[in-house]
Design a binder for this molecule. Structure first.
Ligand code: HPA
Length: 274
C-alpha cells in the first residue's frame, strides 16, 4: 500500500484542522443525518482534500464532520466510498486509515444491508458479530505498510466483544430491538441473485452489503477497537417477494433514522464512561 499517499493526505487535512477524534463513525446509506447531532462542528468536504476519494452515491454527502457528541470528540464520515464505484480497495479504506492516524482509537461502522436471516425484517438493526469478506479483494493486498500494522494480521476477533455487549445494553435501554449476526460483503453494485443469497445463507451470513467488512479489516490491521451496526433496509433477493431498489433502502433508513440516532448517542455516551 502507498503509505506516502496516506500521510500526504493526512498532512492536507492537518492544514485545515488540528482536531483529534476519540471515536470515528462511518455513517452508511441514509444514516448520514446523525451528523446533525454533532456539536461545535467543523465540516470538511472530501472534494476539498486534494487526492481524496469522493463518493458518487445518492444519499451520501461525502464529507467529514468533526465535533463533539455528549462530550466525546467524534469524527464522522457522512458518506463513504465503495469498491463498486471503481476505486481500488486501498482508496476505499483510506478515510478510515486517516481517521486512525488522526487519533481515533474506536471505530463505529454503520451501513444499510439486506436481511438474509429469515427472522429479520426491514427496519431491524443488527450488531455485527463477525464478517465474511472472501468475495472481495483484501484491502491489505500489496506491499505492507509496517507503520500501520503487521503483514499477516489476525482476524479472529475483529468486532470488539465488550463493545458488542454494550451496544446490546444501549439498545435495551433505548427500547430498540437489536439482532446480531454475520455480515457478508459483496463487490456490488448489483444486488444479489436469489441463488447467491441462498449460498450466502448456507455460508453463515445473516445480512449482506457492499461496504464495511473491508473497512473493518483495515481498521483491525491498525489495531482499532471496532463495532458495526447494520440497518436491515430490505430483505435480500429471493427473501423479499419484490425486486430490490435503492429507493427502498433509503426509505427504510429514513424511517428508522430517529431510533438509529438514539442508539448511536447511547453507545457514544457509554464509551465516554469507559
Ligand atoms: N444487498 C446488498 N447490499 C445492500 C442490500 C442488499 O440487499 N441492501 C442494502 N445494501
Amino acid at each position: 500500500m502507498n503509505y506516502q499517499k496516506i500521510t500526504d493526505i493526512l498532512a492536507k487535512i492537518r492544514e485545515k484542522t488540528d482536531f483529534i477524534p476519540e471515536i470515528a463513525l462511518v455513517l452508511g446509506s441514509g444514516l448520514g443525518q446523525f451528523a446533525e447531532l454533532i456539536g461545535h462542528k467543523q465540516i470538511i468536504p472530501y472534494k476539498d482534500i486534494e487526492g481524496f476519494p469522493v463518493s458518487t452515491v445518492l444519499g451520501h454527502e461525502g464529507r467529514f464532520v468533526f465535533g463533539e457528541v455528549r462530550g466525546v470528540k467524534v469524527a464522522a464520515m457522512q458518506g463513504r466510498v465503495h469498491y463498486y464505484e471503481g476505486y481500488d480497495m486501498e482508496d476505499v479504506v483510506l478515510p478510515v486509515r486517516i481517521l486512525r492516524l488522526m487519533g481515533a482509537k474506536t471505530l463505529i461502522l454503520t451501513n444499510a444491508a439486506g436481511g438474509i436471516n429469515p427472522s429479520f425484517k426491514a427496519g431491524d438493526f443488527m450488531v455485527i458479530t463477525d464478517h465474511i469478506a472472501s468475495f472481495v479483494p483484501s484491502v491489505l493486498r500489496g506491499p505492507n505498510a509496517d507503520e500501520l500494522g503487521v503483514r499477516f494480521p489476525d482476524m479472529s476477533s475483529i468486532y470488539d466483544r465488550e463493545l458488542i455487549a454494550r451496544i446490546k445494553e444501549s439498545a435495551k435501554e433505548e427500547d430498540i430491538d437489536i439482532k446480531e449476526g454475520v455480515y457478508i460483503q459483496t463487490a456490488g453494485p448489483n444486488y444479489e441473485s436469489c441463488a447467491e443469497i441462498k449460498m450466502y445463507k448456507i455460508l453463515g451470513a445473516d445480512a449482506v452489503g457492499m461496504s464495511t467488512a473491508c473497512e473493518a479489516i483495515a481498521a483491525n490491521h491498525m489495531g482499532m477497537k471496532i463495532c458495526g451496526i447494520s440497518c436491515i433496509s430490505n430483505l435480500a433477493a429471493g427473501i423479499a417477494k419484490h425486486p430490490l431498489t435503492h429507493a427502498e433502502v433509503q426509505e427504510t433508513a429514513d424511517r428508522v433514522s430517529k431510533d438509529f440516532e438514539r442508539l448511536i448517542l447511547n453507545i457514544i455516551e457509554k464509551e465516554r464512561l469507559i
